[in-house]
Design a protein around this ligand. Structure first.
Ligand SMILES: *Cc1c(COP(=O)(O)O)cnc(C)c1O
Length: 398
């Protein structure tokens, strides 16, 4: 199909007209059970009445003024983020990449104003994803993202999660500035890093004055059943954190959170954004925050994710020729497949189920945090039909 759009996306043949909760209705009259949720973004489902109301109410009053003025909505959302996290201060942008960009700049500035401008090295990990801006692709652990864009930026290096000795040697280097890590890798295939690993990296950072950045753009904002994924581990916190995706419940917004100490270099004029933290984004973000942070929402994530884990585990046991592993945390779920994951996504679609792809040949289920148990059962039933059809097709081809 010819198009006036840049050809950067591999788009599924699905044109959605409207959504409600976990259901999407297409222009050609089909209905899908949505376990993609805009890639962990529509975390309260589609067209949640409280978000629709917050957006409309703000749209009637004021859309945009610029950060050369005070924006009360930023104070409201920042206070919520600070009161519920390790952070002391927040910067608002419009996307995950911008949140990551701010986190990386904050880390380098910290060292520069601390009398150690030579500390510029940022360590990321193989299999990680941090976005598509220049800094983000250099921090990400996927070599394909930097190909053809000229020389790599200096001071970015990828380490192997399993190479603890290499990680220690890197963090102990005099030029070490920061480590950036997703506590639960999303795009990489729903890989949850374990507590001992995260604590070890925290300890090495503490010993060397290296800053620890958590990229919770995908795993944060309630996705794992805690507001932030690292909050599963008592007393473990980063110095800087990027969040986005679910923060706006589908409205574009991102945020970089930091301790006062880590943010000490982020002074007037050092960073900025035209649209960042605009009144529309703040109104929706605040409404989304208040719903996500409710005990009932987190309780739903815990119970439905357990149900999905059990059901998907059963499915893997019955289809060992199709799937080999269920992984992830909370409602960031990966199912590692044997047949091609892209083909499985298409087969699932044929049966009214939308799932996302992921690294290591996974499909990912990232549904609304408000998904009902019955809807989760429905999703697994549809996936089973797709597994059965794939098995039949493989038998036919053999
Ligand atoms: C999606 C994602 C990003 C990038 O967010 P954009 O809004 O696409 O810029 C960064 N980090 C992680 C972990 C993500 O999942």
């Amino acid at each position: 199909m010819s198009s006036d759009l840049m050809a950067v996306y591999n788009r599924a043949p699905v044109e959605v007209e409207r959504g409600e909760g976990v259901w999407l209705h297409t222009t050609d009259g089909r209905t899908f059970l949505d376990c993609v949720a805009g890639i962990a973004t529509n975390s309260l489902g589609h067209a949640h009445p409280a978000l629709v109301e917050a957006l409309n109410r703000q749209a009637d009053k004021l859309w945009h003024v610029s950060n050369i003025f005070r924006i009360p909505g930023q104070e409201a959302l920042a206070t919520r983020l600070v009161d519920n996290s390790f952070a002391d201060v927040v910067f608002f942008g419009n996307s995950g990449s911008e949140a990551v960009e701010c986190a990386l700049k904050t880390a380098r500035r910290y060292h520069a104003v601390s009398g150690a401008p030579e500390r510029i090295d940022i360590f990321g990990f193989a299999g990680s994803f941090h976005g598509r801006t220049y800094a983000a692709i250099n921090a990400s652990g996927n070599p394909a993202y930097v190909e053809g864009f000229g020389p790599r930026l200096p001071g970015y290096e990828q380490l192997d999660v399993d190479d603890i000795a290499g990680i220690e040697a890197a963090i102990r280097r005099p030029a070490a500035a920061a480590v950036i890590v997703e506590p639960v890798q999303g795009e990489g295939g729903a890989r949850a890093l374990d507590e001992a690993w995260l604590r070890r990296v925290r300890q090495l950072c503490d010993e060397t004055g290296t800053l620890l950045i958590f990229d919770e753009v995908q795993c944060g904002m309630g996705r794992t059943g805690k507001l932030f994924a690292h909050q599963w581990f008592d007393g473990l916190a980063p110095d800087i954190m990027a969040v986005a995706k679910a923060l706006g419940g589908g409205f574009p917004v991102g945020a970089c959170l930091a301790t006062a100490k880590a943010a000490k270099g982020m002074t007037t004029g050092v960073h900025g954004s035209t649209f960042g933290g605009n009144p529309l984004a703040m109104a929706v973000g605040t409404a989304a925050f208040d719903l996500i942070a409710q005990d009932a929402t987190m309780a739903n994530v815990l119970s439905v994710s357990q149900l999905l884990k059990d059901r998907l585990g059963d499915l893997v046991a019955r289809y060992p020729d199709i799937a080999v592993d269920v992984r992830g945390k909370g409602l960031l779920i990966g199912v590692k497949l044997i047949p091609n994951n892209r083909e499985m996504m298409a087969t699932a679609r044929d049966h009214g189920l939308l799932v996302a792809g992921g690294g290591e040949n996974c499909i990912r289920l990232l549904p609304s945090l408000l998904i009902a148990a019955q809807e989760a059962e429905d999703a697994v039933a549809r996936l089973e039909v797709a597994f059965a059809e794939t098995r039949a097709n493989l038998a036919k081809a053999a």
